[in-house]
Design a protein around this ligand. Sequence first.
Ligand code: SAM
Length: 266
Amino acid sequence: MPDASIIYLYGGSSLIEEQIFLPAINQVPLVPGTLYLVATPIGNMEDITLRAIRTLRECDLVAAEDTRYTGILLKRLGLVKKQISTHKFNEAKRSSEIVSRLKEGETIALVSDAGSPGISDPGQRIVEAALSADLRVESVPGACALIAALTLSGLSADEFHFCGFLPVKSGKRASRLSALLKLPGTLVLYESPYRILKLLNELIETVPNRMLVIARELTKKFEQIHRGTATEILSLYSNKKPKGEFVVLVDSANALSPEKTSDDVG
Ligand code: SAM
């Protein structure tokens, strides 16, 4: 009979304690002096792994992008943990504190507000600092909007380019987008609801015939996936304001039929 492990499952605001039988092999204790990169849900609160929950439960410290936000997650998991904030404005300063604590043998779980730390979220500097100090870094993988959107898009994932958010300033933005649209493979971008219409207009200008997939509010109640050209998708917003979170995928230029390729002006 395998070892019984108590796993906390939660839905809505209620916490349900259930006995789940897991083989002891899954229960590797946290290694002192390790930085754990723990993915958290991007919407649906069920999207957190058993290992992520255990890591959060057993670590000495949670380094969170926003301690209030992560506090809500921890509360839902029934955990009371010591937290420090590690956001983009203090990441450099926090790196040295985190490295010192790791050197003393602490186990630290790094989490962002949603999804995978380091993907358009703080994390990279802390990872770099830990690696430079010869410390262990371990991934506790899970939800990531990029991967969720790419895999459901129907577009090729054999080769893709992810560049997170485009620059906000017009000049830099136009040159970056133009360079990205020349690359082979599927292009994956993150975009805010305030700039999604601007991006669709930019894509109408540059690649009017490319197939786009817009993944909105992934894993959430009002998830929507739109497929079509930029003009077709823009028309859906003719009389409503875009809301929520968006991943924008642009099909590879190679995927177009020859007569459409000539319409690419990016
Ligand atoms: N670290 C996160 C990840 O692993 O995906 C990304 C964080 S980044 C600050 C936030 C952006 O990710 C949003 O503006 C949106 O472009 C994308 N995103 C995050 N959650 C999403 C969701 N549920 N649906 C669609 N896009 C999402």
